[in-house]
Design a protein around this ligand. Structure first.
Ligand code: NAI
Ligand code: AKG
Length: 528
């Protein structure tokens, strides 16, 4: 069945065409994002959801989204998507990190000019027939200091344009390296320094717990008198009420805002002030940017739904379309190795160590590790998935260690998963043979050769004559057919392992009887 995608915001129709061309069924309902009840009602029918900023992907929407595999944000900010809830559900969330950056930077520059020359007010006055030539006295931008808070993709483009305008550019961004600052021609400064020096401040950070209210009342009080403030990033970065007061007092000369704490903003403390310019979150609204982000999000979502390729996901490592088919059998192997260990582990896991040997070491091991951890924790947490596994392991204080060794041993590729609890350490290794099927090749240092099967019995015993006969008789007497039988031992008379595939479930009474065989140490059912 072809995957189905819902577009619930006003994306460029270019996206619709891409989905269709790729063989994906697509429903384009651009106003649906504003109707959360209707969205909750129908989201269960779709594998993908393509959005801009109007659709809010809340836990409630996700709870109704039984089939959903991917949310694609045609834009940058994903603050309208509940990422932890999507992750917990195994839904990949991807954005288009560059498609609208130039356009948004240009909007910030346009806002800066509009503020400096009061263009909106001058326009309104002129068109009202007033010709108030003496009312509007602007400021020149040349040689003024622009303070950029958040100098990533958009901030750097703003810096580049501002340098072209012969402005002095200073930037506060804890993650901006001195080398990068030098490269893009900005002076890296601390926030207080920026506040004290900037003639114009422009914000370009995401909204996070750290950036919320970065321009608080106290911060605004530290700015130069006559400062102008531009926000084309996110509402909530600036304390709107404090800014309104500072405008009122004349400390701040003007503010140009594209984004607001509450959107759609139909009322706001900044509205109505003479030196305030507002646009309705238009930063990304150009034909070019909307075409870019729509095409990109549709391509990315199609690649994921059709080929398992992941790009620009905010909650999973990237996997290219070329890597996806190579990874697939190893993802299955990693998840099953994890599942094997998880089904045998009764106590709290402290550490999971995963070693990738040979060719597999050059694949995207982050994805493989996530699969292994999902398999490992699934016996305890049914809802865990490859996407949510790393964060759940972290929450539970489980240390996940990865090692890669590119030199192959007996196998072209080998994955070894070691689980360490307070009481024990257990390792299991597996590989993928040329037929693409995963195999178990080593358990606790004992060589075996077994496939993963829907119903298995794992028995550890002392290597003594008679075990196989009495074990097989017990199963035969209980009417349980043995499909495959893999044996291994560390040495003659030492520790032995039997990994047996059976048809149907193993009854608890049979398990007890196997457990009571003289040489048996442990007998456990396993299911894959
Ligand atoms: N108005 C609109 O329509 C649009 C708004 N945006 C907003 O612009 C924001 C920035 O976009 P990009 O530049 O592409 O993101 P980016 O991730 O490239 O840059 C963000 C920068 O903020 C910095 N940062 C993070 N925490 C900080 C902190 N506590 N203090 C100072 N800097 C901090 C980061 O180090 C990074 O360099 C987006 O998150 C989005 O919210 C993006 C596109 C359109
Ligand atoms: O889609 C839009 O118009 C908003 C763009 C935006 O805010 C973003 O990309 O972060």
């Amino acid at each position: 069945m072809a995957p189905r995608v819902l577009i619930s915001d006003a994306l460029s129709p270019a996206a619709v065409q891409i989905f269709k061309d790729r063989g994906i069924e697509v429903d384009f309902q651009p106003a649906l994002g504003k109707d959360k009840d209707k969205l909750a009602e129908i989201i269960g029918n779709y594998d993908g959801l393509a959005i801009r900023s109007a659709t809010k992907v809340t836990p409630k929407i996700l709870a109704s989204a039984a089939r959903l595999k991917v949310v694609g944000r045609a834009g940058i900010g994903v603050d309208n998507v509940d990422i932890p809830a999507a992750t917990a559900k195994g839904v990949i969330v991807m954005n288009t990190p560059f498609g609208n950056s130039i356009t948004t930077a240009e909007h910030a520059i346009a806002m800066m000019f509009a503020l400096a020359r009061e263009i909106p007010a001058a326009d309104a006055s002129t068109q009202a027939g007033k010709w108030e030539k003496n009312r509007f006295m602007g400021v020149e931008l040349t040689a003024k200091t622009l303070g950029i808070i958040g100098c990533g993709n958009i901030g750097s483009i703003v810096a580049d344009r501002a340098l072209g305008l012969k402005m002095k550019v200073i930037a506060f961004d804890p993650f901006l390296s001195p080398e990068r600052a030098l490269d893009i021609g900005v002076e890296k400064v601390e926030l207080d320094d920026l506040l004290a020096r900037a003639d114009i401040i422009t914000l370009h950070t995401p909204l996070t717990d750290k950036t919320r209210n970065v321009l608080s009342a106290e911060a605004i009080a530290k700015t130069r008198k006559g400062v102008r403030i531009v926000n084309c990033a996110r509402g909530g970065l600036v304390d709107e009420a404090a800014l309104a007061q500072a405008l009122e007092s004349g400390h701040v000369a003007g503010a140009a805002f594209d984004v607001f704490i509450t959107e759609p903003a139909t009322e706001n403390p900044l509205f109505g002030h003479p030196n305030v310019i507002c646009t309705p979150h238009l930063g990304a609204s150009t034909t070019e940017a909307q075409e870019n982000v729509a095409l990109q999000v549709a391509e990315q979502m199609s690649d994921y739904l059709l080929r398992g390729a992941i790009s620009n996901a905010v909650n999973f490592p990237s996997i290219t379309a070329e890597e996806a088919p190579k990874l697939k059998p190893f993802i299955e192997l990693a998840e099953k190795l994890g599942s094997f260990a998880g089904q045998l582990t009764d106590t709290d896991i402290q550490t999971v160590r995963i070693t990738y040997d040979g060719a597999v070491a050059s694949l995207k091991i982050k994805a493989l590790t996530s699969a292994a951890v999902a398999g490992l924790l699934r016996p305890a947490l049914a809802d865990i998935n490859v996407v949510s596994a790393p964060s759940i392991a972290k929450e539970r204080g489980i240390v996940v260690e990865e090692t890669t060794r590119e030199i192959a041993g007996d196998y072209e590729s080998l994955i070894t998963l070691t689980v360490i609890t307070e009481k024990m350490e257990r390792s299991i290794s597996g590989t993928v043979f040329a037929d693409g099927r995963p195999r178990i090749v080593d358990i606790k240092g004992i060589k075996v050769d077994a496939e993963f099967a829907p119903s298995m019995l794992y028995v550890t015993n002392e290597d003594r004559p008679g075990f196989v006969g009495s074990f097989a008789s017990l199963l035969g007497d209980a009417g349980i057919n043995i499909a495959t039988f893999a044996l291994g031992r560390d040495r003659q008379g030492g520790d032995a392992i039997a990994l047996v595939e059976v048809d149907g479930k193993v009854p608890a009474e049979l398990l007890d009887k196997v457990q009571q065989l003289p040489s048996v140490k442990q007998a456990r059912p396993l299911a894959f």
